[in-house]
Each structure stands twice: as C-alpha cells, then as structure tokens.
Design a protein around this ligand. Sequence first.
Ligand code: UTP
Length: 278
Amino acid sequence: MKAVIPAAGLGTRFLPATKEQPKEMLPVAEKPVIQYAVEEGLVCSDEVVIVNSRDKKVIENHFASNDKLLTHLKEVGKDAAYDVVKHAGDLNVSYVYQDEALGLGHAVLMAAPKTGDEAFFVMLGDVICPDNDVLPAMKKISDEHNGASVIAVVEVPMEKVDRFGVIAGEDLGDGVWKIDKLVEKPPVDEAPSNKAVLGRYLLSPRVMELLKTTKPGVGGEIQLTDALDAVLAEEEMYALVVRHDQAYDTGTIETWISTNMAMFAKDNGRLPAEDQWA
Ligand code: UTP
C-alpha cells in the first residue's frame, strides 16, 4: 500500500517565504514539515510517493543521500548529526510530477501509476500528525467496513468552515461518522457541519478512476473533495474525527508559528524562553 503526499502547490498563502523555498520544506522544530508526513506515511505503507513540482527539487535533495556531508560529520565526530542526516536519506520515497498546479485532485491523479488497483493514503505535506496515530486508526475503520474510504476530519468553529472541505453524515459513535455528503469550502450559512477535512485520507482505488473525469470546481482547481463526493454515489465512506492535539497545519504564517510552538513544547516539555538572551 502506498502513501501519496501532494507537494506541487505554489504556497501562495505563505509568500514571500515560499517564493523559492517550498512550504513543505519550512522547518518545524528541527525537521522540514514534509519529513514528519513521510515518516508518518511509512508507519502504514511500504513507500511514500511525493507528487512534486519540477521547481521544488530541494524536496528531493532532502531525501537523497549526501555523502559529502556524511563524510564530514563522521570525520568531526558529530555522530548525532550524522544519524539524522543518514536517516533522512534512507527514507523510502519516490516521485511523480505535476507540471501545473491544477489542484489537489489533479495532483493525486498523477500518482495513479504508483498506486495501481490498491487502496492508498493521501497525506497533505503541510499537515503534521505528530503521534503517527491517525493513519492506523483510519486503517482500522476501513478494515471494519470492507475496505471503505476513510477521511480524517477535525471540528472547527462554524465561522471558519468556508476555508475547508466539510462533511455531513451520521454519528456512529467513538469519533466515527458515516459520510453522506462532502462540500468544498461551503458558505458558512450553507455548511452541513463544522467537521473539516484535515489532510489525511485512506482512499479506495475507485477514487483514482473518478478523478480522471472530475471537472475543475471551487477556484478553478480539480478538487479531491469533488471526486470523493462522486465516489459517495457508489461506495460507503467514513470519517474519523481527530482531536485538536492529533493534527497541526503549517500552511499559513499563523499556523506554522503555532505548530512550531506546539512541537517544541512536545519535544522539550516547555515553550521557548520569552527572553532568548536571559
Ligand atoms: P494547499 O492549497 O494547502 O497548497 O494544498 P498550495 O496550493 O501550495 O497553497 P496556497 O493555498 O497557494 O497557499 C495542500 C497540499 O496540496 C499540494 C500542496 O503542495 C500542499 O502540500 N498541492 C496543491 C499540489 O500538489 N498541487 C496542487 O495543484 C495544489
């Protein structure tokens, strides 16, 4: 089973930082954001497929071996640094390309030759689930429902639902919902719920088929949510509601800063000192 990480977008909400530097490569604590997603993906899959843009080679360089740096670190005895550099280069990552940022759905479709006729994960490369516990919980729900697609959602304030894909459905208890509708960025007064699609999906192979005929939707982009809504006419689909401390977004300056604070506190048991010279 493969995990697909679309990372070919333009990152326009985080300019000018993302003019040359991909937003997926911005650091959170000591690692680039996308490395968290790659490591999480490899917990439940045998290979992570990054859908990259040809302008974002720095992502590929990060996951390639760097023999010159490794030799230097070994020579100067920086063993801990050696280990983290070696680890990044050893992660099992492959690449496909999206030549134009035509939308998340289009990016996912580029990975079809890799996923074949198997179910697959989709993970947004700018979202972190630091405990790596979301994908296994989704897989369990899928296994309990004949391999159905499962989407992770998070509850957001009603006035913010117009920034997200949103689900409607039936509460089955224990944080599991049976989905009967999906809407991309609904106006606040038309949103069917406050359960927002987070960026972790376990999808049946039928999704790839339907993406081939999905027309551009909101924002003129080929939306993954629209293909999922089409799948709903044919197959059951479930949602897992995750807690706010199970997932962090890094796609805007505000969320990136707050995610850095949360990850630093998680690793160090405290927030950074307010006065860094003290
Ligand atoms: P976003 O909408 O958050 O990313 O898509 P974006 O388009 O890069 O950012 P903004 O909105 O302009 O600031 C979520 C993920 O999907 C990828 C992005 O790289 C990001 O990691 N994506 C998005 C693609 O791979 N291709 C696309 O056409 C759109």
